[in-house]
Design a protein around this ligand. Structure first.
Ligand code: KG4
Ligand code: ZN
Length: 358
């Protein structure tokens, strides 16, 4: 009776029963569109089969992401990117068991494209779908079966991206607690905004990283914020860089371009020091010795080096492969896998949540 009245519900129930066993194959299509990358991935349960990302160069000329342009670009790119992921995974859409998508946090217009596409796509195939928190996705990327060593629970994750800086205690894929976060700018923002002052293109993080390799990290001293507990503050760093450049440019025109690499190295040194010290504080207060890194800034070479050095102090460290550092859909797929496995799915009334918390 149920099947005749509502085949979507019946198929969803059947798939939910299948999920309890989680025998492979369990094909998940994942979609990520929270900011300026249109990404699609295909997983077989927790194993990654394809991970496609289309960036948006259009923002470079504006020195930052323009929300309306991002939304339009997602609109143009989402179908080809999903097609590319399915082709690479050698999966037809009829073979899919579920769809996962980024529900938030992110830019409203960008999220809307992914959420609408995912819901419509899943509904047309009569398969379940689930919205995933982008920040939790960054963390859960560590649990993708991609040949890497995976952390055991509980672990601490330092998540550093363009919009967020958090230290999260992870007790299970669905039980996480934020121990500290930024009270103003994110670490990625600190990289991007100061890079802009140095005349570098957007996003500035990778440019600072490259320039810093030839610079002296002790050439300039930037103040470290005095902020309680495991929280962060990076806005003072930006102001301090601005005042330094204004003062020196006035006294010695051409100072900025002549010292680009030293300014980049000193800034990077300060940001990395702040991040590592706060992570150590969190480790001390929780007694947890497994530490993971996540988010776009985890691609930073000095942060990776300093983080890895924590092994010498008795910590077990986990750094994601590069393809899982910046925004990608594999991390949303693994997040969706765990939610489905725990009996959580979304309904057609699900909407994008730009300010989504966890
Ligand atoms: O996680 P993500 O891809 O997007 C957000 O969710 O924000 O992070 C993007 C951020 C940008 O601020 C970018 O400058 C920074 O990650 N980033 C880096 C590096 N690669 C990307 N920052 C420092 N060094 C890098 N190598
Ligand atoms: Zn991100």
């Amino acid at each position: 009776m149920l099947s005749k009245k509502n085949p979507v519900i019946l198929r969803t129930i059947l798939i939910a029963i299948e999920i309890m066993d989680f025998e492979r194959p369990f094909y998940i299509l994942a979609i990520e569109s929270s900011c300026d990358d249109t990404a699609a991935a295909v997983l077989d349960a927790d194993k990654l089969l394809a991970n496609e990302v289309a960036g948006q160069d259009i923002h470079q000329i504006w020195g930052g992401v323009v929300p309306e342009l991002a939304s339009r670009a997602h609109h143009q790119q989402i179908v080809p990117v999903v097609h590319a992921a399915l082709t690479k995974a050698k999966i037809s859409k009829e073979q899919l068991h579920a769809v996962a998508f980024t529900k938030g946090p992110g830019l409203p217009g960008s999220l809307l494209v992914g959420v609408s596409f995912a819901k419509a796509f899943a509904a047309s195939l009569n398969i379940p779908f689930v919205g995933v928190n982008h920040m939790q996705g960054h963390i859960l990327a560590h649990l993708i079966d991609s040949g890497n060593e995976r952390p055991e629970f509980p672990f601490l994750c330092l998540t550093v991206s363009g919009g967020h800086t958090q230290i999260v205690r992870v007790d299970s894929p669905v039980k996480m607690e934020i121990l500290g976060q930024t009270t103003d700018d994110a670490a990625g923002e600190a990289f991007d905004k100061t890079a802009k002052m140095l005349g570098l293109p957007y996003p500035g993080g990778p440019h600072i990283d490259r320039l810093a390799k030839t610079g002296n990290p002790h050439a300039f001293v930037f103040p470290e914020p005095k902020i309680e507990g495991c929280n962060f503050s990076f806005s003072g760093l930006k102001t301090s860089m601005l005042y330094l450049l204004q003062r020196e440019e006035k006294a010695r025109p051409g100072f900025t371009s002549a010292n680009q690499q030293h300014l980049a190295a000193s800034l990077q040194f300060t940001i990395v020091k702040i991040l590592i010290n706060k992570l150590l504080l969190a480790a001390k207060s929780t007694g947890i010795n497994q530490l993971a890194l996540a988010g776009g800034v985890s691609a930073n070479s000095e942060l990776r080096t300093e983080f890895s050095k924590l092994r010498e102090r008795g910590f077990k460290t986990f750094i994601p492969p590069f393809e899982f550092c910046t925004d990608n859909a594999a991390m949303i797929g693994i997040g969706g896998y765990f939610l489905l496995k725990n009996g959580i799915q979304s309904g057609l009334d699900t909407i994008a949540e730009p300010g989504m918390k966890f």
